[in-house]
Structures are given as structure tokens and as C-alpha cells.
Design a protein around this ligand. Structure first.
Ligand SMILES: C[S@@+](CC[C@H](N)C(=O)[O-])C[C@H]1O[C@@H](n2cnc3c(N)ncnc32)[C@H](O)[C@@H]1O
Length: 360
């Protein structure tokens, strides 16, 4: 656990600064985003050696000088730009990250396109334990975001999938090495989403067969990707809801894979899903769980992002899940009749890979 969480870190002066920053976070967030998408921030990068004034940027980008000046002045205080001399703006390291860093861009688009308007409903979502913010992305006919993933309008859809994939993609190469130590022949990829993991497994090992279990809409999208990659003879699909009482798992699997999946469910639901799986396991079955635990992160930036994602679960995704503390998660695994036999942190950068067995 990060040591910062065990103390009141800030002195009085820092506390006053930080709390005032917080009171304007939503506006500063939008200012930073607009700096990026209008090209103003890019101008401060192109002209980083001598700096550039607001008039030049306004005329080059054909934007009202008033707006450019407001955003540049505000960006001084956010920390996106600094002054080379009075009136001449130059990009900072933070500004450079906003312009070019993949994680920053993916997080920013996710926050803006999926979460920003929905967060207006956080209070009601928390009180009702329902994702009231779903209506802001057009999915209020569903009780969670998942049945509607394939129907999301653009740019919301692209932002959601780029966000999801950004994190799992980093972890997959290292996870493959661990999962294939026992030479699995048939892996169930539960919550397989677009089929990326299943396709990666087939490329990694020519002998493995995969079955993806996902909700019907998402499974159709996965099938398209699998056919486009000509892997339909090795990757099969089973449409189903893991929360239903009648979902039957295929008979002959030796490995179960769940990546960024169980965090989509409440504690009670996780125990139910794992118990159902446990009932179908033999002594040789391996269950691999790839998760992001906020207490296992190397730095505050990573833990901060995970806590932001918890709020997405509260107000948009389902109203009842979150990013978990690893100790809470261990308890759920044990309640379901499983035990963790190996625990690997920082797979990729942020994930923990748990290998579990049934307790007989
Ligand atoms: C966050 S995505 C994880 C995607 C992928 N495993 C990865 O690591 O990138 C969660 C997936 O679980 C699926 N899912 C959510 N609720 C489900 C349910 N009740 N039954 C089956 N699949 C579900 C979603 O459709 C989605 O594809």
C-alpha cells in the first residue's frame, strides 16, 4: 500500500492550495481539453524555444483572441504552459504529456466522453446504488452499461474501447507467458469483449482453443473481429449472462481467464460468479484473474486513476462495483471456495495476475 495513504500529507499552506484546486477541477479539466483540441497547446509546443503570444496563436488558428487569451492565462495556473517572458507562452512538461502521452489522452477522452456529464448524477447514483449517469450516454434502457457497449454512439464508443484496451493491452504480453506455463488446451475467456485476448492466445500457442463468454451484443462484435483474423476455427463464442442461474459452462475447459472483468460486479455478484465457476472445476483447472488493485500500485498517479474509475462504476457502469483493494478481493475468492496459488504484481505496469485453484 502507498505510504502516502497512511498520513495527512500536506501542510496548511499546501492544503489550502489543493482544496481550492479541487473546487475548480471540472472547469480546469475542460480548459485543458480545449487547449488540446483547438491546437493552442500545440502552438506553445511548436514555439517552445522563444515562446509565443496570444495574438499570434489566435490569428494562426483563426480563433477569437479573447478565448485564446483566457485559456492561456488559465493554463499558467493549471501548469500546462509557462512564460518565457511577459506575454510569451511556452509549453511545460505537463503540457507536453497532455499533447502526446497515450495514457493521458486515453484517460482524458474517457473522462470527457463517458463520465463528465454522468458525474452530475453521482450523488443520486450513490444514494440509489444505480448508474443514473447512464442516461447521459444514451443507455438508460439498460441497468448497466454492458449490454449496450456495442450500441454506444461515437465518439463515446471509441473512447470506451480505447480506454479498456489501453490497460489490458499493456498487460497481455507478460500475462501470456504466465498462463501458458501449464500448456492450456481450452481456455474460457469470460467477458472476452472484442476477442483481443483470445486472438493473442491463439497466436501465442498453436494448440490452444478458446471459448469467449460474453453478453450477446458484445459477442457479435467479437465474432466479427475473429472472422476478420481468420481464427473462427479456434475461437468459439457462447452468449450468456454470468449472473443468470442457467448459464452452463462448456464441458472440457482446463483454464478460465477473466481480465478486467470481475471489477464490473459487486462483491456479492463476484462471489456468485466465482462460486458457479468453482462448481464446474476439477483439481487440474486453473483460474486466472487479471485485475487492477488500487493498493498494489507503484505510485499515486496510478492509484488516483483507479479511484477515478471507481466513480465511473458508481455513476455510469453499474452503480455497484469499483476497483477493489486486493485484500477485499482475496476474501471474495476464498468465500467462493477458491484459493490463490500465485500472485504476480505489476504485470505490464498496473495489473495483478492471480492464479487460483479449487479448494477440495
Ligand atoms: C471491462 S470489459 C473487459 C474486457 C476484456 N476482458 C479486457 O481485458 O479488455 C468487461 C466485459 O465483460 C462483459 N460483461 C459484463 N457483464 C457481463 C455479464 N453479466 N455476463 C457476461 N459478460 C459480461 C462485457 O460485455 C465486457 O465485454
Amino acid at each position: 500500500m502507498l505510504k502516502e495513504y497512511f498520513k495527512d500529507n500536506l501542510n496548511s499552506f499546501q492544503s489550502k492550495t489543493e482544496i481550492q484546486k479541487l473546487t475548480f477541477y471540472p472547469m480546469m479539466f475542460q480548459a485543458a481539453r480545449v487547449m488540446r483540441i483547438t491546437g493552442i497547446l500545440n502552438e506553445t509546443y511548436i514555439n517552445r524555444h522563444n515562446g509565443i503570444d496570444s495574438e499570434k496563436i489566435a490569428s494562426k488558428l483563426n480563433l477569437p483572441h479573447y478565448g485564446v487569451k483566457v485559456l492561456l492565462e488559465v493554463s499558467l495556473t493549471i501548469g500546462l504552459v509557462f512564460l518565457k517572458e511577459e506575454g510569451k507562452y511556452c509549453i511545460t512538461k505537463m503540457g507536453y504529456l497532455l499533447l502526446n502521452d497515450k495514457a493521458t489522452i486515453v484517460n482524458l477522452n474517457f473522462s470527457h466522453d463517458i463520465c463528465y456529464k454522468a458525474m452530475y448524477h453521482l450523488e443520486e447514483s450513490i444514494k440509489k446504488k444505480k448508474p443514473i449517469g447512464l442516461k447521459e450516454i444514451g443507455l438508460d434502457k439498460y441497468s448497466t452499461i454492458y449490454p449496450g457497449l456495442s450500441e454506444l454512439p461515437e465518439p463515446i464508443k471509441t473512447s470506451w474501447f480505447e480506454f479498456d484496451h489501453y490497460y489490458s493491452d499493456i498487460a497481455f504480453p507478460e500475462a501470456l507467458k504466465i498462463v501458458f506455463i501449464d500448456k492450456p488446451l481450452h481456455i474460457l475467456d469470460i467477458g472476452g469483449n472484442t476477442g483481443k485476448w483470445s486472438m493473442a492466445c491463439c497466436r501465442y500457442d498453436k494448440n490452444v482453443r478458446m471459448t469467449i463468454i460474453d453478453l450477446p451484443g458484445q459477442l457479435d462484435s467479437a465474432k466479427e473481429n475473429i472472422e476478420a483474423n481468420n481464427l473462427q476455427n479456434r475461437i468459439f463464442g457462447k452468449a450468456g449472462d454470468v449472473l443468470s442461474n442457467n448459464l452452463k459452462l462448456p464441458a472440457d475447459f482446463d483454464t478460465i481467464w477473466m481480465s478486467q472483468f470481475l471489477d464490473c460486479f459487486s462483491e456479492e455478484q463476484i462471489v456468485k460468479i466465482l462460486t458457479n465457476i468453482c462448481n464446474e472445476m476439477s483439481v487440474n483447472t486453473n483460474v486466472f484473474i487479471l485485475e487492477l488493485f488500487w493498493d498494489r500500485q507503484k505510485d499515486l498517479a496510478a492509484a488516483y486513476c483507479l479511484h477515478g474509475i471507481s466513480l465511473y462504476f458508481s455513476a455510469v457502469a453499474n452503480g455497484n462495483s469499483k476497483m477493489y483493494h486486493s485484500k477485499d478481493f482475496y476474501k471474495l475468492i476464498e468465500q467462493a471456495g477458491l484459493k490463490v496459488v500465485s500472485d504476480t504484481d505489476h504485470v505490464g505496469e498496473f495489473h495483478t495476475l492471480l492464479k487460483c485453484k479449487k479448494v477440495f
